[in-house]
Design a protein around this ligand. Structure first.
Ligand code: ZN
Length: 375
């Protein structure tokens, strides 16, 4: 009997130990899981069971769930040259639902490595991806009819195909800023996660005390009259100070009225009185949104800044590529931002308030627009 009792007590103890051990083992797993999840979060990524959710490092945009990726067949040794027959999107995948990597201008030479189902895998500079076979050819497309040569003393010629009758040309003028800035945010470009203030109120003349938004509207109104006298159709994004129109909305307005070009009028300011001169900002060829507008915008910019500085005698600070301006990145037409001069330079600030100088400024800008269109 005693032996049996001892055996039973022993059995109970053994079972109790086994259960305790099992309980502990069961508890361990979720803890380990939690630690693993923690590590994944620290690495900035998280794996889910079906792999459909991709969380990227901070700063990168989160992409929509994508269909299975097609791996391209690439052999650059046997690649052949092809040319775009229109302005053409380069895509990440061989379909139109995916991301557009860039847009090539008509007549761009591409290296084609392979083709399948109507899509070619191509390379151009730093870019690789797919283009639709419908819009490429084995020969360079012929140039569009050239305009009649115009006698011109300008150092910069209008780009081919730009010779136009002013009566058929729509110019949008965007006098920068407005009476009161609006610091609420808008995307810096289509699809961008970078947010910038909708519109700021601009700078103020150090000697004149005149705010930039007043100077640029005054010049823009004079320029509108001058361009209309030359036959152009002109629309303005604003004609008073009491408005609230963001930089994105200004760019969209230009497209909505069928603008051929958008000229945005601003004035500069810097923390140093001696700095002077005029600058013009245009999208660069590497702009993530409007690289296809870079060449035309640069031509527009060069023609305007050269004519403007000829007419005013202001220092020519040249054409500057800029890809951070919301009003440039949202543009759908060639665009240039003219910085008239430095309001932080007392001499230039006062000069820009002078009636005779304002007339020179306006004539200079209008001459540059004429030259851009080959007139
Ligand atoms: Zn400004």
């Amino acid at each position: 009997m005693r032996k049996k009792s001892i055996f039973l007590v022993g059995l109970i103890l053994v079972l109790a130990l086994v259960f305790t051990a099992c309980g502990k083992e069961e508890e361990k797993e979720p803890v380990n899981q939690e630690v693993e999840n923690q590590v994944d979060e620290d690495l900035g990524k998280e794996e889910s069971a079906d792999d459909s959710e991709v969380v990227l490092d901070e700063g990168e945009e989160i992409l929509e769930e994508e269909p299975e990726k097609v791996e391209p067949k690439v052999d650059w040794l046997t690649a052949v040259s092809v040319w775009t027959t229109t302005d053409l999107n380069l895509r990440e995948q061989p379909n139109t639902d995916c991301k557009v990597l860039t847009t090539f201008a008509r007549g761009t030479e591409l290296k084609k490595a392979s083709e399948e189902n109507g899509w070619a895998y191509v390379q151009c500079g730093d870019y690789e991806g797919y283009v639709s076979m419908k819009y490429i050819a084995n020969e360079k497309p012929k140039e569009e009819p050239k305009p009649q040569p115009q006698p011109s003393t300008s150092k910069v010629e209008a780009i081919p195909g730009q010779h136009r009758d002013p009566n058929s040309i729509v110019v949008v003028l965007d006098p920068g800023h407005q009476g009161k800035g609006d610091s609420t945010k808008e995307p810096n470009g289509p699809g961008s996660s970078t947010m910038k203030a909708r519109v700021t109120s601009g700078c103020t003349g150090v000697a004149s005390g005149v705010p930039e938004y007043k100077l640029v509207l005054e010049i823009s109104l004079l320029l509108k009259t001058e361009l209309e006298n030359r036959g152009y159709t002109v629309h303005m994004t604003r004609s008073s100070h009491d408005v609230n129109i963001s930089n994105m909305e200004r760019a969209q307005y230009a497209s909505s009225v069928g603008a051929d070009v958008a000229v945005r009028i601003h004035a500069d300011s810097i923390d140093k009185e001696s700095v002077r001169g005029a600058t013009i900002l245009v999208p660069s060829a590497n702009n993530a949104y409007v690289s296809h507008l870079a060449a035309a915008s640069q031509s527009l910019g060069k023609n305007i800044i050269n004519s403007y500085c000829d007419a005013t005698g202001f220092k020519n600070r040249g054409v500057s590529g800029n890809d951070t301006m919301t009003g440039i990145n949202w543009s759908e037409v060639p665009v240039a931002i003219l910085e008239l001069g430095f309001m932080s330079n007392p001499t230039e600030d006062m000069a820009m308030q002078d009636d005779a100088m304002q007339n020179n400024m306006v004539q200079g800008i209008a001459n540059g627009i004429d030259k851009y269109f080959g007139l």
